[in-house]
Design a protein around this ligand. Sequence first.
Ligand code: MN
Length: 277
Amino acid sequence: MSKENVWIIGDVQGCYCHLKKLLSQNEIAQNSNSQLWFAGDIVNRGSDSLKTIEQIMNLGNRATCVLGNHDINLLAIFAGIKEVSKSDTLADILNSPNINNIIEWLRFKPLAHFEYNCLMVHAGVIAQWDIKKTISLASEVEELLRSPHWKYHIKKLFNNRNTAWSDNLTGEERINTIANALTRIRFCNPDGSMNFTQKKSPEKLKNKQLIPWFNLENRATKNNTIVFGHWSSLGLMIKNHIICLDTGCVWGKYLTAMRLHDRKIIQISCKDLQKNS
Ligand SMILES: [Mn+2]
C-alpha cells in the first residue's frame, strides 16, 4: 500500500448516487488497490443513508473512516439516548434488518486517523494538541464507544457546555471536550475555547473575534497536514497543511475526493439535490 493510492472523500451524508458516481470515476475505479478515506458524516440529511453506509462497509479493508457528529448521532439514536430530530433522515438505517451489523461496524471506527504523515479528523483539533496527543485523546473516546457499555457511555458525548481544553479535565467533561473538538469544532474564541454558535464561512462572519480553529496562533499541529470535513460553508480549501473537503454535497454543491500524494481533485456535481427556494 502506498500514498499514491489514497483518495480522501469529504462528507457524503447519505448521497449514495453521488458516491457511486465518484467511485466509478476511472482513476479511482481502475485501481482496485486504491484506498478510500472518508472524513466522517457518511450518513444523515441525504436520502440514502442505508445504501451509503452499506456501500462503504462493502469496501472492506479499502475503506478508512473517521466518525463525524452525524455518525455519532446515529449511534446515540440507536442507543436510545437521543430522539430522532425532524431534519434526520436515518429511518432507512434504523428500520433495516441489517441495523445491528451497521451499528457494530460504526462504533468501532476511530475519531482520528494518522497515516502517511496526514491526520484525518471530521472537524478539527484543539490548538494545544500535537499529533501524538490527538491520537491518544481520540482513543479515550474510541475505547468507550467500543466497550460493551457503550450505550451508557455515549451520553457523555452530548453537551455543548464543554468548550475549553485543559490537561486536568477528567471524566465526562474530558470525554465530551475531546469529542466536541474532533467532531464539531469550527470557530474558536481568541482564548482557544470552542464556539458552537456559528457555521458560516469566516468571510461572512460579522463577529471578527471568532477564529477558525486552524488559524489559532501557536497551534501545535501547525506543521502537520490535517484533512477534515464538517464545514460546508468553508467549501474546498487546500492550503499547504490544511485541507477541507466538505463541499456541501447534500446542499446541492459537490462531492469531493482528493488524491493524497499529488492532491488531484475529483468532484461530482450534486446540483440535482439543490432545493428550490
Ligand atoms: Mn459534521
